[in-house]
Design a protein around this ligand. Structure first.
Ligand code: HEC
Length: 128
């Protein structure tokens, strides 16, 4: 009887640690990788409009005929109004289909799902 209980307990511990492992694994995937996102952000020329630090002060903006009100990605209150889904969606579709400025280009088929999550993780990290 005793052996039985110990064995069972061992199994429960193993199961719990497995569950915890898969939980942290999927959370990491769901959150994206900030550093990978930062690298993408730079190499895909996002800073031209959004600025090196996401403040919305890219060098191209003053050259445009239209005046655009950019979001400052370091502004916690403003950014808390935008969902992760929205940030990813506008990156894929561009501004126009979402009723926003068409100056925000679309990056359809440019990024994989994990890459989009990395970009969102980077954007989110700026307002902390
Ligand atoms: C040519 C200029 C330009 C470039 C390049 C650009 N964006 Fe934007 N982006 C905009 C503008 C303008 C908006 C604001 C749209 C609005 O609210 O009307 C915007 C909005 C966004 C938003 C929604 C949050 C917000 O600030 O309103 C995200 C997310 C975003 N851009 C991500 C990116 C990423 C990622 C890249 C690079 C892969 C990128 N953008 C490149 C101009 C640009």
């Amino acid at each position: 009887m005793r052996v039985f209980i110990t064995r069972n307990r061992g199994r429960v511990v193993v199961l719990i640690s497995l569950a915890l492992l898969s939980l942290t694994g999927s959370q990491a995937a769901a959150q994206g990788n900030r550093e990978a996102g930062a690298a993408l952000y730079k190499t895909q020329n996002c800073p031209e409009c959004h600025g090196d630090n996401g403040k919305g002060d890219g060098f191209i903006l003053p050259m445009l005929k239209v005046k655009i009100q950019m979001h400052d990605w370091t502004d916690k209150a403003a950014m808390s109004q935008l969902t992760d889904e929205y940030l990813a969606e506008i990156t894929v579709k561009g501004g126009e289909p979402l009723g926003k400025s068409d100056v925000m280009l679309n990056y359809t088929d440019k990024f994989t799902e994990p890459q989009l999550k990395d970009l969102v993780a980077f954007i989110r990290s700026l307002a902390r």
